[in-house]
Every structure is written in C-alpha cells, then in structure tokens.
Design a protein. Structure first.
Length: 303
C-alpha cells in the first residue's frame, strides 16, 4: 500500500486530498478510506482511491486506508497533522530596571491557542538578533496555551535595546509565517566606570594648579564624593567636592580619593598630589634649552 503524499500537514479548517493505492498482484476485492469526517466506502475493481477532506477539524481521528485482497483486510494510517497558528503572541513587560550586577534576567513569551504544541518553536530577539530559541516540550494535538521564559544576561550596551519574541510551527515541507509579539525597550542599570581607571600621580609647582579628573559613566548618572587625608584641606569641601573634576593649588598637596556611585555600584580611584619646590616655567625652559644646545654652551647667572 502506498500513500501519496505519505504525510499531510493541513491548517485547521483547510482542505487536502490523499491517494491510496496498492500494487498487490493478488485478487484485490476493493480499496477504500475510513475517516470520521467522511470516508469513501469500499471501492471495488480499482487499485487507487482518493480521500478528500474539505474541512480539517477533527484533531484526534486519523484517516485509514484499507484494502481487501483474498479475503484479508490490510490497513494503513495516514500521518496527518492539523495545525493552528497562535491566536496571539505576547511578551509581558520585562523587569525594569534590569541590573548588570543582578545575575540573569527572565524574558517570558506567551503563545495563545496553538496546535500542535510539540511543533512549536519560540525565538527571542534583541535588536534584530536572535538571542535564544526553545522548542516546547509539551505533547498534544489540540490547541493549548504555552508560556516559556528563558534566562538571559544583560550588559551596559543593552540599555535602550528593543526585545520581542516570535512563535512558529516547525512543519515538514511547509513554513507558515511566524507570529511576533510587540517589542519592549530595556532599561539597564550598570555601575560607574572611570574614563581613566588607573590611580594617578601629579606634581604641583608654585603658582600653578592641577585638575584631578574623576569622570565616570554609569546608569543612572554617577554621584561623586571626594575624600581628603589631610584635615587642613577642609576648605575644599566648600568648593567642588561633588563634581567629577577637582582643581588644586600649590598648597593643596596630599592624597585624594574619589568615589563615583549609583544604585548599581560604586568605584574609587586615588590621586597623589606632590608639591614640588621650583618653578614649572623655568624647568620647562631649561629642558628645552638642553634639547636644543650642547650642554657646554649653556651658562646661567644665578642671582
């Protein structure tokens, strides 16, 4: 017995047809189809019979082709899959904000009224790139609701990214268009990161000032706090202790620490300001002269 096509996928309510034939050399008495929505009855004197399904709505019953030959009945079931695309695909609003330091996050996808569930595949996307895919592990032929929620990792670059999910049915030889949920925009909080993370050492000359740069990026925007080892530097507290850049004069040497913090975390770096006796302009001029002229041509009259 031969079925053509050997396997059928048909959308719920749709139509299809299948031929059943036999090449038996024995005395064939008849051939026919049994089906809950209407069989063909026994067709005598033929070796091929066609089953027409006008409306595929019986989820559970399987058509069978049967042949009578030499008083013996042989039967063959038709592998038929009636499918139904989801009524709705949705993604509940993700947790907001997400944290890069909080471990994995869940992105749930809900698929409503789909069949068969064991052919269902759900994909998750972020900025047009698939980040996860999972097939349903449930079994069954009738329409059901399915919900899956994989865990993902987020980083600072994901802040403002669009995410959504997509459901499709994996059907051999057919590819019904997948259904997509509405998208959500991620809000990701991440701890501050210094533009220049290394600790710094600076020399301060008489009559000059230096700037200590503690600028950092983070979400939310970092808050800055400066700490000073020398209690005589309390006057600085009245100036720019909450700004990312601190300007110091010659008398303000010492060790400074700056902390940038937000709800996601905090980082600290240290600045070492050394007071140098001398004149920066004179030192620079001397360095230039040494570079330009032989040392034995340079003389100084110190007063």
């Amino acid at each position: 017995m031969k079925l053509d096509p050997p396997m059928v996928f048909v959308e719920y309510g749709g139509s299809t047809s299948v031929n059943c034939s036999t090449s038996s050399c024995n005395n064939v008495e008849g051939i026919g189809w049994e089906y809950s929505s209407g069989g063909t009855g026994l067709k005598e004197g033929v070796s091929t019979v066609e089953l027409k399904i006008d409306e595929a709505k019986d989820w559970l019953t399987t058509p069978q082709c049967y042949v009578w030959a030499d008083g013996i009945q042989k039967m063959k079931r038709l592998p038929i899959t009636i499918y139904k695309m989801p009524k709705k695909v949705s993604m509940p609003k993700p947790r907001s904000p997400m944290y890069t330091t909080g471990g994995s996050e869940l992105l749930q996808c809900d698929v409503e009224d789909v069949a068969p569930v064991d052919r269902l595949v759900i994909s998750w996307y972020k900025e047009n790139k698939m980040i996860f895919q999972r097939a349903s592990e449930e079994k069954g032929k009738v329409p059901v609701n399915e919900s899956l929620q994989p865990s993902i990792e987020v980083d600072a670059a994901d802040d403002g990214a669009e995410v959504w999910c997509e459901a499709k049915l994996n059907l051999t030889g057919q590819s019904p268009a997948p259904m997509r949920s509405k998208f959500h925009v991620l809000t990701v909080f991440y701890p501050p990161t210094f533009a220049n993370p290394e600790n710094e050492t600076h020399d301060i000359y008489v009559g000059t000032k230096i700037s200590l740069n503690c600028s950092a990026t983070g979400n939310p925007a970092p808050v800055y706090s400066w700490h000073f080892a020398d209690p005589t530097q309390k006057w600085i507290h009245k100036h720019n202790e909450i700004e990312p850049i601190l300007t110091l004069g010659f008398k303000a040497s010492g060790v400074y620490s700056c902390t940038a913090s937000n709800v996601a975390g905090r980082v600290t770096k240290y600045f070492y300001a050394n007071r140098v006796q001398g004149n920066a302009l004179f030192d620079n001029l001397l360095w230039c002269l040494v570079r330009l002229f032989p040392i034995d041509l340079i003389s100084f009259n110190l007063i």
